[in-house]
Design a protein around this ligand. Structure first.
Ligand code: HEM
Length: 391
């Protein structure tokens, strides 16, 4: 089972191919003051480093609790299991508790409420977000337990959300719980120049957007998108958006195939755009300007118009399905943990999310939780620690 390198310029778990299991754990910091926060982040780093390498913690002997549960996780699945632990910070970390106010990533804020949202603030935001992913669910839970054990008293769980994906199959993106392939039009993670332009945040003034391309995409500049200057430490990190989005699958399952495909703009079976035959065919909006094949309000036309220059609004999506059981009415409480990584929260995620307001799909989905976070730059080597650049 694969070991995903923990050290590097960027954190693992962002451009890493999606594993099958995930947990998102939002935490509030109880440790007092800046020193307390630093010590907690150093402890988290040490524990994450050994977990990612599948190195068992040394035994403390029979007179103490076992230092690692040794049954679940890496041992059971025979290795590191592609475990990645990605640490992100929320805007509340920059309030007056830790003296970090002048370090806030320029776009970071409490998650916006969009018109079709139904947010429960108890499952939104947080000082920190830990995204733990691996090929097996027990490995994920094991890592979460160990991280929480190492920081007990210093970090308090605010909310926690499980996620999963179907087994990887050759040919194409995995399906979400609406039954459609999800992830087809993602930018290529192996192309470093594209990741540099789409995913990684850079210090200094936020890159300008071509005015015409922005207008063609429905963004009005400059009022909509004020310039911002990112602090030096953010270099190599990424805005990390999580939107726990419930799906009303009982309703969806009564919708005709035609209507479902029109709402998305792709075929359910192959994932091909309605203007094409294969999943990887590029949607042809130019020769379908009135929406005969792909409706003007189809999800993919609103989320990814292929107009020249609109690349600046592309994003890297890394979603997982979720199953939270049933609600009090006996309805399935299932959906999508929508996750994306972007260089600039407003230019990319918010611009696209605004365009999706009122799309036909909103009758079947409802964002209920999540948050805006900033994924820290990578931990460089064995002497480095999460957020060393921030302090
Ligand atoms: C594409 C589903 C929410 C942005 C797609 C596709 C599906 C899909 C089936 C087509 C396949 C693909 O290219 O991946 C969903 C569902 C959602 C959801 C079920 C909610 C439960 C969102 C949100 C955003 C978003 C919140 C961003 C604000 C995109 C983008 C594309 C896409 C950028 C690619 C469009 C393209 O370039 O062709 N989505 N999506 N989606 N979605 Fe979503």
């Amino acid at each position: 089972r694969a070991v995903v390198p923990f050290h590097g310029e960027h954190q693992a778990g962002i451009v890493t191919p999606s594993q099958r299991a995930a947990q998102f754990v939002a935490l509030d910091v109880a440790a007092p003051g800046r020193d307390g926060l630093e010590a907690t982040l150093r402890t988290l780093t040490e524990r994450a480093r050994t977990l990612a390498a599948a190195t068992p913690a040394p035994s403390a002997g029979p007179g103490a609790p076992p230092s690692d549960d040794g049954i679940l996780g890496a041992e059971a699945s025979g290795g590191a299991d592609s475990l990645t632990i990605t640490l992100s910070v929320g805007v509340s970390l920059f309030d007056d508790r830790f003296g970090l106010a002048d370090r806030r990533p320029a776009r970071l804020r409490v998650m916006d409420t969009f018109p079709d949202d139904n947010l429960d603030r108890a499952i939104c935001d947080g000082d920190l977000l830990v995204q733990v992913c691996a090929d097996e669910r027990d490995t994920v839970l094991h890592a979460v337990r160990e991280l929480l054990r190492a920081t007990r008293g210093d970090l308090v769980v605010r909310w926690r959300q499980d996620g999963f994906l179907p087994p990887a199959r050759p040919g194409g993106a995995p399906r979400n719980l609406l039954g459609f392939k999800d992830g087809t039009a993602n930018p290529p993670t192996a192309q470093a120049d594209q990741m540099d332009a789409i995913v990684w945040t850079h210090a200094g003034p936020t890159p300008k957007v071509d005015d015409q391309a922005a207008r063609a995409f429905g963004l009005t500049l400059p009022d909509d998108l004020p310039d911002a200057v990112e602090p030096a430490w953010v270099e190599g990190g990424s805005y990390h958006v999580v939107r726990t989005t419930r799906m009303y699958v009982e309703f969806w399952d009564r919708v005709t195939l035609d209507e479902q495909e029109q709402m998305i703009g792709r075929r359910r079976d192959s994932g091909a755009p309605l203007t094409g035959a294969h999943e990887d065919d590029v949607p042809d909006f130019a020769s379908d300007p009135t929406g005969d094949a792909i409706k003007l309000d189809a999800h993919i036309r609103l989320a990814g118009p292929r107009t020249p220059g609109a690349e600046a609004m592309r994003m890297l999506r890394r979603p997982f399905s979720y199953d939270n059981g049933t609600d009090p009415a006996g309805t399935l409480d299932v959906g999508l943990v929508f996750v994306c990584f972007v260089q600039d929260l407003d230019r990319q995620f918010v611009a696209v999310q605004r365009r999706l307001t009122g799309e036909p799909l909103v009758d079947y989905i409802s964002p209920v939780g999540g948050g805006y976070f900033f994924a820290l730059p990578g931990v460089r080597d064995k002497d480095d620690w999460y957020a060393s650049a921030l302090f």
